[in-house]
Design a protein around this ligand. Structure first.
Ligand code: FAD
Length: 406
């Protein structure tokens, strides 16, 4: 029987959109190399109020009301609760809504479109057809086409879940960004800024990750690992036992997909990572129901080509495009800053009213409010940073122009 939608991929994006499509009573099947309940290896962080705003059941493994950052020697409390998603709970939350889906195991290899449907063939030669194909295969998607870009910026991080000779951060706490770098040789301090992202996980286990927010080319894992150990050595903290390592590398500023293509993307495949922060899971939770509803409304009355257009439009309406270009401009500015400038910028950012900085991070501000937040921050930064922002207007002002045109 021909299905309405084939979802390819069972990462967070695949499960989020599959669940939302089922909620709309569409006939959906899924295709992924492993079963959809196989645990993910990535640790996903999110602000607790983002989940609460969605009325989700508790899908967190840890939460930290005590969350701080350091952009100088002075500690900056953020007064906002941060959490780690419990992957199994989140998977179950989505899978419970997917009870009508059949998941097939295989790797999507080729695709063919006819007037009435699209057919995906797996590497093993199996074929699956549907009126709409949603590619949720991550940052290097199976089918989604996008204009090439030669200076893609990557977020990179090297982390360990480990026991230490003594607590590497204050027990019970989450350190979102520790940009202090006095432990580095002076010649390394202003180049390739990296920060520590760290949490107390309980039972004497801490997660510590040396992170590069965005860089082109990506900062190598070896350098991040060296910096993490330099940080620990400077505080005379030894690693006693490593439970698990995490290597994190993903693109922050892929170009937007070609919105005329028949296959529709979701998640990393559709460039949904927040270009200025790297977060995406909250966006998946917020945007999957919107996309699914648009698909459900158009399913019966549209041809497959029209359906794809409706879906892309629902995923990337003008308002969202405008904000995407503004964030992308912000990312270019961030990447041009040296360590002291970056610290000044973040200091000013977290001095904004909380509704502004949290709305910026969650991409929940309307465009005029986003611009107001940026202007407000411009007023708070020192001249050295203001000059950097103005220079970015010269080099990457076209992104703001794209925003106006969207
Ligand atoms: C280490 C790391 C840490 C991150 N931390 C956070 C965080 O804390 N918070 C946050 O919001 N974001 C975070 N991100 C960013 C982003 O949320 C993740 O990259 C997220 O996993 C992307 O989800 P996705 O479902 O689009 O892709 P993926 O998670 O990559 O899932 C892709 C799926 O497609 C399947 N697949 C791939 N190719 C094929 C094929 N040809 N045929 C069939 N199936 C295929 C894969 O097996 C997988 O099931 C992190 C990213 C990384 C890499």
């Amino acid at each position: 029987m021909m299905q309405d939608v084939l979802v390819i991929g069972s990462g967070p994006a695949g499960l989020a959109i599959a669940a939302a499509l089922c909620h709309q009573n569409l006939k959906v099947h899924g295709l992924a190399p492993t079963g959809p309940s196989i645990p993910w290896s990535t640790t996903y962080g999110i602000w607790v109020d983002e989940l609460e705003a969605l009325g989700l059941p508790d899908v967190l493994s840890h939460r930290w009301p005590d969350c701080v950052s350091y952009f100088s020697e002075r500690e900056r409390p953020l007064h906002r609760e941060y959490g780690f998603l419990d992957q199994a709970k989140l998977q179950q939350h989505w899978l419970q809504q997917c009870d009508s889906i059949t998941w097939h195991q295989g790797l999507a290899d080729t695709i063919e479109h006819t007037e009435n449907s699209s057919t995906v063939t797996t590497q093993a030669g199996e074929q699956f057809s549907a009126k709409l194909i949603i590619d949720a295969t991550g940052h290097e998607p199976a089918f989604i086409q996008r204009p090439a870009k030669d200076n893609v910026a990557y977020q990179a991080a090297y982390g360990i879940f480990a026991q230490f000779s003594r607590p590497p951060i204050q027990p019970g706490r989450c350190v979102l960004m520790d940009y202090r770098n006095g432990h580095l040789p002076s010649e390394d301090r202003s180049k390739s800024p990296t920060f520590l992202y760290a949490m107390d996980l309980g039972n004497d286990i801490y997660f510590l990750e040396e992170t590069s927010l965005a860089s082109h080319p990506a900062i190598p894992f070896e350098m991040l690992k060296d910096r993490l150990y330099q940080r620990l050595m400077a505080s005379q903290i030894e690693v006693l036992e490593i439970q698990r390592e995490e290597h994190c590398l993903f693109p922050m500023n892929l170009t937007l997909p070609d919105f005329k293509q028949r296959v529709v993307g979701f998640g990393g495949a559709a460039s949904m990572v927040h270009p200025a922060t790297g977060y995406m899971v909250g966006a998946l939770l917020r945007r999957a129901p919107i996309l699914a509803e648009a698909v459900a409304i158009a399913m019966q009355s549209s041809t497959p080509s029209q359906l794809s257009q409706v879906a892309w439009q629902a995923l990337w309406p003008s308002e969202r495009l405008r904000k995407h270009y503004i964030y992308s401009f912000g990312l270019e500015a961030l990447m041009r800053f040296n360590h002291p400038q970056l610290c000044c910028l973040f200091n000013a950012f977290f001095q904004l009213p909380r509704c502004q900085w949290s709305g910026f991070l969650a991409d929940s501000l309307a465009t005029p409010d986003l611009l107001a937040a940026m202007v407000n921050m411009f007023g708070k930064v020192p001249n050295s940073v203001r000059g950097g922002l103005i220079r970015t207007l010269g080099t990457d002002g076209h992104l703001l122009w794209e925003s106006l045109r969207s």
